[in-house]
Design a protein around this ligand. Structure first.
Ligand SMILES: Nc1ncnc2c1ncn2[C@@H]1O[C@H](COP(=O)(O)OP(=O)(O)O)[C@@H](O)[C@H]1O
Ligand SMILES: O=C(O)C1=C[C@@H](OP(=O)(O)O)[C@@H](O)[C@H](O)C1
Length: 313
């Protein structure tokens, strides 16, 4: 197959959750496999990799919201986790706040999709799953959709077997297909921002940049390894150092492109606001909430700009 020319074919059957819907993808030449998404667009991703304490946020929300205050039964949920009760209640409060913000914002979103952008490891998948659950949206990871469309081939293998540009073509086609849908949270690949065409697709929804310091990204990536991230993968060297060097180069190459997002969630700013010394202490739930706050501000500004001049608020 000629790299860069053979894109996947995606066919959308329905755009509305609750109706029969799906994406069908296949590759010419070598692949007849199809990508069939579930009928009801349930959160298409499982949440098994989400950090443990964040994962259970909806469960906490249910427990807490029943009484409108932190429930002592929360303690039993975490008895074995070694987390003290103060932390448990702080996390429960965070989850309640997230749910409340999501409920407030949902009508204003008008079913628009949310695209999370940011460098590799910035938490797009982790935060995206939490955000989608809070909003009652479906979650998609564009890397996973590309992988499925290329017959279940991993991103790393696609880069190796075909090329980066072949991956980028498929990534664009996935974003194109998703752009006509509603009520989705999409974790994009870190490099999706480099093609102006992809912005045309993503701007149909709201774009949210997770802005995380490179050192924190390198720490996260060193912890999980670079096998699934071909642009950071090198055979030898200290995992943190080599991830940081590659991230610095990529960040320099990409310049200010992430700043085109409608909303910026800056973890350094958030850490200062929360009185935390380090961005690594910010939970994905708090980041998801900050994303909702940013979207609210963005939507208010947009509404003001669209308001006729002779009809001020
Ligand atoms: N707020 C956070 N604090 C600490 N670790 C995080 C946070 N968000 C994500 N991670 C971890 O960082 C790694 C990369 O996160 P992921 O969501 O896969 O990023 P992306 O989708 O942007 O590449 C994962 O191991 C994840 O558990
Ligand atoms: O930054 C990039 O160019 C890439 C980021 C990756 O996604 P994540 O940001 O989810 O790691 C994946 O799309 C591919 O390895 C290329």
């Amino acid at each position: 197959m000629e790299a860069g020319t053979a894109g996947l074919r995606l066919q959308l059957c329905s755009l509305i959750p609750g109706e029969r819907s799906g994406i069908v993808g296949g590759l010419p030449d070598h692949s007849t496999s199809t990508l069939q998404l579930p009928q009801r667009w349930p959160a298409a991703e499982d949440t098994s990799n989400v950090e443990r304490l964040s994962l259970t946020h909806s469960r906490r929300t249910r427990l807490v919201s029943r009484n409108g205050r932190s429930d002592t039964r929360l303690s039993s949920l975490y008895k074995k986790s070694g987390v003290n009760s103060e932390t448990i209640h702080a996390l429960a409060d965070e989850a309640v706040l997230l749910k409340k913000k999501a409920e407030d914002l949902t009508p204003r979103l008008n079913e628009r999709c949310i695209y999370l952008i940011g460098m590799m490891g910035s938490g797009k998948s982790t935060v995206g799953k939490i955000l989608s659950e809070a909003l009652g949206y479906s979650f998609f990871d564009s890397d996973k959709l590309v992988e499925q469309a290329v017959g279940g081939t991993s991103v790393a293998q696609i880069f190796k077997q075909y090329s980066e540009s072949f991956f980028r073509d498929n990534e664009s086609e996935v974003l194109h297909s998703l752009s006509s849908m509603h009520r989705l949270v999409v974790a994009t690949g870190g490099g999706a921002v480099i093609r102006p065409l992809n912005w045309n697709y993503m701007k149909k929804g709201i774009t949210v940049w997770l802005d995380v310091p490179l050192e924190a990204l390198a720490r996260r990536i060193a912890a999980v390894g670079t096998d699934s991230r071909p642009l950071l993968h090198h055979e030898s060297g200290d995992p943190y150092d080599k991830a940081l060097v590659r991230l610095r180069n990529l960040s320099r190459e990409r310049g200010e492109v992430y700043a085109n997002a409608d909303v910026r969630v800056c973890l350094e700013y958030l850490a200062t606001k929360q009185g935390l010394g380090d961005v690594s202490a910010i939970t994905p739930t708090a980041i998801a909430t900050e994303a909702l706050v940013g979207m609210e501000t963005f939507l208010k500004k947009t509404a003001l700009l669209e308001m006729p001049r002779d009809n001020p608020p």
